[in-house]
Design a protein around this ligand. Structure first.
Ligand code: GAL
Length: 421
């Protein structure tokens, strides 16, 4: 995998959108537009640019409906999810909300908080156009509940080529051992924090990547289905590797979100950052061309995926507006325009790839040919309470360094939250 140096081209095609008529259903005849509150965590940078692209398509496709932002900042929805939870408890849902496709949906479904969208999936042409595996993951109780907007890859390492070259590192490490060797080399060379790191959920991403390397994709996935034991020796060894790598990260990691960790990389204070591939769009938009990327060492062709998706709350005040937002997200044009900005790849296989960077085009290919592995930090592998418990355990470890406590906390979380999807 090699990153592109090219800026994303301007994209908006003039293709006619078929959703307009359906979207105007439910619209009042007066001139006042109905507000549609769309709840996300995309507050800045290319995350917001991706959201803005959806908003402009929605505005033309859904006459009589007006986007209203319900955005709560914080990477991976770390703050937004708490606010959302409180609002759902108080029966005050937004009209649509962002949630990761997969296990993260389970509690919302159980609590009857979101609508079954199975019928809409075929009307909107999603049934035949989403990859089989993705459809399977978002099918719960035989029904489809969320409209995936785009797919990201989590297990990617981003580099500052200059920092690496200064330390004599000119090639990507082939395995975990080489990676750790490079981190040590950077530190010897005066780079205090060779691997840029952020708070809890970003640390969970690192642990997951190490587990994929040490256990392999199949046994890693088994950690979330019950076929691999968190109490095992293999997990214990992986936690030791994780601990070793964490020692090469910035000590203020617990107070940084991913864009601040990315800043350390761009500013030459770190040689590497492990982060999802939304980073590419951000680096490109910031005109930082001195980077490269590769799958986390030892992960091979494992494509650790996550999908941003949107759902319709059962108690949404503006059901017609919310439905029109979902239909916009589901359309091939909406998917292309969103991903061109956001740096994801469209969930629909028939969406155009106009304006995509070289990195994104390679990601499309890797997604098609790689081994799909889910992510707990980004909700495709584990439910929300499980993710919360994993984040708490990893956050505590960042301070204590107690590997045995981390392993037993992760084992306890699995025991408590494992379930059949
Ligand atoms: C993920 C989300 C991505 C990106 C990232 C950082 O959970 O799916 O789209 O926003 O968090 O905030």
């Amino acid at each position: 995998m090699r990153s592109t140096r090219r800026a994303l081209a301007a994209v908006v095609s003039a293709a006619a959108l078929l959703v307009a008529s359906a979207c105007s259903a439910g619209k009042d005849d007066d001139t006042t537009a109905s507000k549609v509150e769309v709840f996300t965590w995309w507050a800045e940078g290319e995350e917001k640019a991706g959201l803005d692209a959806l908003v402009s398509r929605f505005t033309s496709a859904c006459p009589g409906q007006e986007f209203s932002s319900g955005t709560v900042a914080g990477g991976a929805g770390i703050n937004a999810k708490q606010v959302l939870d409180a609002r759902l408890q108080q029966n005050d849902p937004p009209d649509v909300f962002q949630v990761h496709a997969g296990a993260e949906l389970l509690d919302h479904i159980d609590a009857g908080q979101i609508r079954d969208l199975t019928a809409e999936f075929s009307t909107w042409g999603l049934t035949g156009t989403l990859p089989e595996g993705l459809i399977e993951t978002i099918t719960v109780n035989g029904k489809l509940w969320s409209v995936p907007a785009g797919v990201h890859r989590a297990n990617v390492v981003w580099t500052n080529d200059q920092v690496l070259a200064d330390a004599g590192i000119l090639t990507a490490p082939k395995n975990l051992k080489e990676f750790i060797g490079n981190l040590a080399k950077l530190r010897r060379d005066g780079v205090e924090s060779p691997l840029a790191m952020g708070r809890d959920w970003t640390q969970l991403m690192l642990l997951e990547a190490v587990l994929i390397s040490d256990l392999g994709p199949k046994r890693f996935t088994g950690l979330f289905t019950g076929t691999t034991k968190w109490e095992s020796k293999a997990v214990r060894a992986a936690i030791q590797d994780y601990k070793l790598i964490l020692d090469y990260t910035n000590t203020d990691r617990d107070s940084l979100d991913w864009p601040e960790a990315e800043r350390l990389l761009v500013d030459g204070k770190a040689g590497y950052q492990l982060m999802g591939d939304w980073v590419a769009a951000d680096l490109e938009a910031g005109n930082f061309s001195g980077y490269d990327s590769f799958a986390f060492p030892g992960n091979g062709k494992a494509f650790q995926w996550l999908a941003d998706s949107f759902v319709l709350p059962t108690r949404a005040a503006n059901q017609a507006g919310g439905t029109c937002w979902l239909q916009t997200v589901a359309s091939p044009e909406g998917q292309q325009e969103f991903s061109a900005k956001k740096g994801s790849i469209p969930a629909r296989t028939d969406a155009p790839t106009t304006g995509f960077s070289d990195y994104q085009l390679e990601a499309v290919e890797d997604w098609r040919t790689g081994t799909a592995v889910p992510s707990c930090a980004h909700g495709s592998a584990c439910s929300q309470p499980w993710q919360n418990a994993a984040n708490a355990a990893i956050g505590a470890f960042s301070t204590s360094g107690d590997a045995a406590a981390l392993q037993s906390a992760l084992a306890a979380a699995a025991k408590q939250f494992i379930r059949q999807a």
